[in-house]
Write a protein that binds this ligand. Structure first.
Ligand code: HSE
Length: 346
């Protein structure tokens, strides 16, 4: 039986997933015994399609390329158009809803209500949207449990680089005492470019052009994005919650070219460090620029790359380095969650 997906939001990340499904269709079937069909796609700008027997994904991408929308998709008598996101979630009959709308750092909407609607109707949710998970993790988990569904969100932290599942599975049995990382690609890209002599605004512009930055880059450069990711890590790694205001936050705006040059002469390099520590008096979290010594593994992370170190009581310090954004990378995070849903494990 194919596993039916509905894509809510059809931006870069969901398009990345479609590209992967097209590319890997045969391998997924032959090697993993898995078949995914996309029965619905809905996007407020690009339009909506629903076909209960599955959309032709090549035709979807052709339509997008030729017109920038789903309007050129060759419709059959089984194709329905024009459904909004909530009608799609309600009517699509999918096993899993892929929530890939933009991250809203204020109230998590509309992603949060999409997740609620999907879980209430017994559908699984796979999402890369940080807002709903950071703001309403407990509520969404209990909704999922109550309705016999699951919610997976590997791509919310470091996109397709394994972080959440790594902590939950591979590092299981350790007590993880602290996590420390570079969790925002845009700010790391800017700091790396400033290290090469580029001005802050030019580097930010380039990060925006390359598609790393959030819709509002304030979230990246002022540390809110990393704060959100720490909130998600508090749930996923430590099984606890930390309020956003409890995470001290300083961004990178105030770092001057002079400070960067001075750090260089001292053999140091500025990085925006996000950390979370499980202490006897509760969780302690912070996001702040630090001038790291060159023997710190995080000092060698350049450009939009991300990294995270887990301080484990048994396996010692484990550091994972990898992309934290990108069309295929984040699309892959959606795929890996879908594959794990189908395997019914993690
Ligand atoms: N804007 C984010 C970053 C994208 O720069 O890391 C992934 O969350």
């Amino acid at each position: 039986m194919p596993h039916k997906l509905a894509l809510i939001g059809f931006g870069t990340v969901a398009q990345g997933l479609v590209e992967i499904l097209l590319r890997k269709e045969q391998e997924l079937r032959d090697r993993h015994g898995m078949e995914f069909v996309v029965v619905a796609i809905t996007d407020p700008i690009k339009g909506s399609l629903y076909d209960p027997s599955g959309l032709d994904l090549s035709a979807v991408m052709n339509s997008l390329e030729s017109s920038g929308s789903l309007g050129q998709y060759p419709k059959s008598q089984d194709t329905t158009t024009g459904w909004d996101s909530f009608l799609t979630i309600d009517q699509c009959g999918a096993d899993t809803v892929i929530e890939a709308t933009y991250t809203n750092v204020v109230d998590g909407q509309p992603g949060l209500d999409h997740c609620r609607a999907a879980l209430r109707s017994g559908k699984n949710v796979v999402t890369t949207n940080k807002g709903p998970i950071a703001l309403a993790f407990d509520e969404l988990q209990s909704l999922a449990a109550r309705h016999g569904a699951r919610i997976l969100f590997e791509g919310t932290v470091m996109s397709g680089t394994p972080v959440l599942r790594l902590a939950a599975t591979t590092l299981v049995g350790n007590e993880i005492r602290k996590v420390r990382g570079i969790l925002n690609g845009t700010s790391n890209f800017i700091l790396s470019k400033m290290d090469e002599g580029m001005a802050f605004d030019d580097a930010l512009g380039e990060a925006q052009r390359l598609g790393y930055a959030e819709a509002d880059p304030t979230a990246d450069v002022d540390g809110y994005d990393a704060q959100y990711k720490l909130q998600i890590l508090a749930h996923a790694v430590f099984g606890t919650r930390i309020a956003r205001e409890e995470i001290a936050r300083t961004g990178i705006r105030q770092i001057t070219p002079q400070q960067i040059a001075q750090a260089k002469t001292e053999g140091r390099r500025y990085k925006l460090i996000a950390q979370l520590e499980n202490t006897a008096s509760g969780m302690r979290g912070s996001v702040a620029p630090e001038a790291l010594a060159m023997d710190d593994p995080l000092s060698a992370i350049h450009g939009a790359m991300n990294a995270i170190s887990f301080d484990c009581d048994l396996s010692g310090d484990v550091t994972v380095v990898g992309p934290g954004a990108g069309r295929l990378e984040t699309g892959y995070a959606l795929l890996v969650d879908c594959m794990n849903l189908v395997r019914h494990n993690v």
